[in-house]
Design a protein. Structure first.
Lengths: 304, 326
């Protein structure tokens, strides 16, 4: 983030130290990537060889059958993808809109209720009623069992993102702009939608990426509220798959049924293919956003 | 994050005559109705998701049955708590929760700061960006995916560690999901893998905010790299470290549910070392349907958490008034 690229005197380092630094980071990077590589390798492996030789980082024989099976035979996967996509799209759009709508008045210096609504958010960051009342409220009073609303609504209350967005506004949106908008007779809504939002796109993109991940990766709300198999999200199907296999193995270990059941439950490579399919979009999209959001976090978090 | 900006000071204490201030309030409401309307949807959502449950903690003092409903169920005083603390569970989950979180907070702090300082020393822009990208990546995987990754290493028959690494040390066919004693290490490693990269982002941001002149002056005075780090970088990072740590301490009674529930595959044999308050409450609520016990544990967690936050804030205020949250 420093302006010039030429090393200043204080930045200079002995060659050996520099080398050591890079070797260290290369190792750390490997440690971060290799576990993911292992999953991909298993998903591409031949099922028989897997049971013979175990999980390896390099498949002995490239075999795409797990993927072809997944995409041709699995209605569960297609449905789950649909649920995850629906929830993620609706959730992200709603969340970003609501966050921006709440952050804007907090940014306005002339808004007399600023402190009150700040406090209202701050309290939710610090204190929590815990799982049980939350669960009972959703199930017994709002009747949200097996409703996609139960997967969307919990993600709409994120105080931290609102504070980041507000800080962004005060960094990037000049107050004079809002003032001149008002002098020209524009309504508050028009100022917000036509003046403030367009120049805040970087913020919205950052928050959008975060909420997309939040919804895409959410399993907790499915775990609590969803019983209907048609409404299982991708993450929840994965939970089911890993548990089922373990359950059968533990129950039937040593009995003659074991082998038969093992053939029936999702196979090793298939399960890992499912994981790869679920993280695919993230790994694909993330590097493009990385620059954006490191910068985003930096401005939003530090400059206050 | 600059927390003093999150925390606005307490509400104004204007003490003009009540009637005039009421008129002024009304006028402000009318004048700013558009802004208030913008705040409305999120205000409602927060009320549902956060505020109603906060008041709902009192169900711990009731004997809930579904015929009378939650509000109509009879009060039972401390019965639920008596049951909870009569078992050894309460003690076990409390110790586990605090021990894991303490370990995560300490090592997370040290490793994140170390990584941030080291990344900042990488001069090649492209390499630096690559390292950051890769290190943050694990944080974007859900705990379910992480549980598959751990499983790929520890699978009792095919796992990479079990099949290829442990035999080198003379162990064969180990089912890690039956060995409770190994899990503090496994979970620690998993958590660090998942969170150190993203944790270092904030410190890195703070480091890039440090004025270059300080370092230039230090070089003139003959300070080496190590001295620059120890005498300039770390002291200037200290406020951020302190406030983040205090915040984390406030949350020491809550844990990363996914880590303890999915990564362990909720294996019963591992409970003694992996059961934390959150998994305990969840199991009581969903799997055992024991509302009394889980609501008591829930209340215990929320109330202790409340005092921890208050205490942590008081501590922050004592160290530096500006870093306190309220």
């Amino acid at each position: 983030m420093k302006p010039s690229t030429a090393a200043k005197p204080y930045q200079r380092m002995p060659l050996a130290a520099n080398l050591l630094l890079h070797v260290g980071f290369a190792l750390i990077s490997l440690a971060c990537i290799l576990p993911i590589v292992l999953i991909v390798a298993i998903s591409l492996s031949n099922e028989k060889l897997l049971t013979l030789k175990g999980y390896k980082f390099w498949p002995d024989e490239l075999d795409l059958s797990a993927y072809t099976y997944l995409f041709t035979n699995s209605t569960t996967l297609v449905k789950a993808y649909g649920v995850s996509l629906t929830v993620t799209c609706i959730g992200t759009v709603l969340a970003v809109l609501l966050i921006a709508l709440y952050a804007y008045p907090l940014y306005r210096k002339d808004f007399p209720f600023k402190k009150l609504f700040n406090l209202y958010l701050l309290i939710t960051m610090l204190f929590s009623g815990g799982l049980v009342p939350f669960y009972l409220l959703y199930i017994n009073y709002l009747n949200l069992r097996d409703s996609l609303i139960a997967l969307i609504l919990p993600g709409l209350s994120n105080a931290f993102y609102i504070f980041i967005t507000r800080t962004f506004f005060s960094q990037t949106v000049p107050e004079e702009m809002v003032e001149s908008g008002k002098l020209d007779g524009a309504s508050e809504w028009r100022i917000f939608f036509q003046l403030v939002l367009p120049i805040s796109l970087p913020v919205l993109a950052t928050i959008g990426l975060f909420t997309t991940l939040l919804y895409w990766n959410d399993w907790f709300n499915s775990l609590l509220f969803i019983n209907d198999t048609d409404k299982f999200s991708l993450q929840y199907v994965m939970i089911q798959m890993i548990r089922q296999a373990e359950f059968f193995k533990n129950q039937l270990a040593g009995t003659g049924v074991a082998l038969m059941v093992r053939e029936a439950v999702p196979t090793e490579s298939l399960r890992m293919a499912m994981v790869v399919v679920s993280i695919g979009p993230i790994l694909f999209v993330y590097p493009f956003f990385q620059k954006y959001f490191t910068k985003g976090l930096t401005i939003g978090a530090i400059k206050g | 994050m600059n927390l003093s900006t999150i925390a606005e000071p307490t509400l104004g204490t204007a003490s003009s005559p009540p009637k005039r201030s009421f008129v002024r309030l009304l006028r402000n409401v009318v004048r700013y109705r558009a802004l208030l309307l913008m705040l409305l949807p999120t205000t409602v959502v927060f009320f549902i998701n956060c505020y109603i449950p906060m008041f709902g903690v009192f169900i711990a003092f009731k004997n809930i049955n579904y015929i009378d409903g939650i509000l109509g169920s009879p009060w039972t005083g401390l019965d639920n708590f008596r049951f909870l603390f009569a078992t050894s569970d309460a003690w076990r989950v409390t110790v586990n929760t605090i021990a894991y979180n303490a370990a995560f907070i300490c090592s997370g702090l040290v490793l994140s700061v170390a990584v941030a300082i080291a990344v900042n020393e990488v001069r090649a822009k492209l390499a630096s960006r690559f390292y950051q990208t890769v290190m943050i990546m694990p944080n974007f995987l859900s705990m379910v995916v992480v549980s598959y990754i751990v499983y790929a290493f520890l699978h009792p028959e095919y796992g990479f560690l079990v099949k290829y690494v442990l035999p080198l040390f003379g162990h064969s066919s180990v089912n890690a999901y039956m060995h409770a004693e190994a899990w503090p290490y496994i979970l620690w490693l998993t958590k660090m893998w998942h969170s150190v990269g993203i944790g270092s982002v904030i410190y890195l941001a703070a480091i890039t905010g440090i004025s270059e002149e300080l370092y230039e002056a230090a070089v003139v005075d003959g300070a080496g790299k190590l001295q620059q780090i120890v005498r300039i970088t770390i002291p200037l990072l200290a406020p951020v470290m302190v406030i983040l740590t205090i915040l984390n301490l406030g949350g020491i009674f809550r844990s990363d549910f996914g880590l303890f529930y999915h990564v362990t595959l909720d294996s019963g044999a591992l409970r003694s070392t992996t059961d934390v308050i959150d998994t305990y409450v969840y199991r009581g609520l969903i799997q055992l349907n024991d509302l009394g016990m889980s609501s008591a544990a829930n209340f215990y967690q929320s109330v202790v958490g409340f005092f921890l936050v208050i205490g942590a804030n008081a501590l922050a205020r004592r160290i530096d008034r500006d870093t306190a949250l309220f």
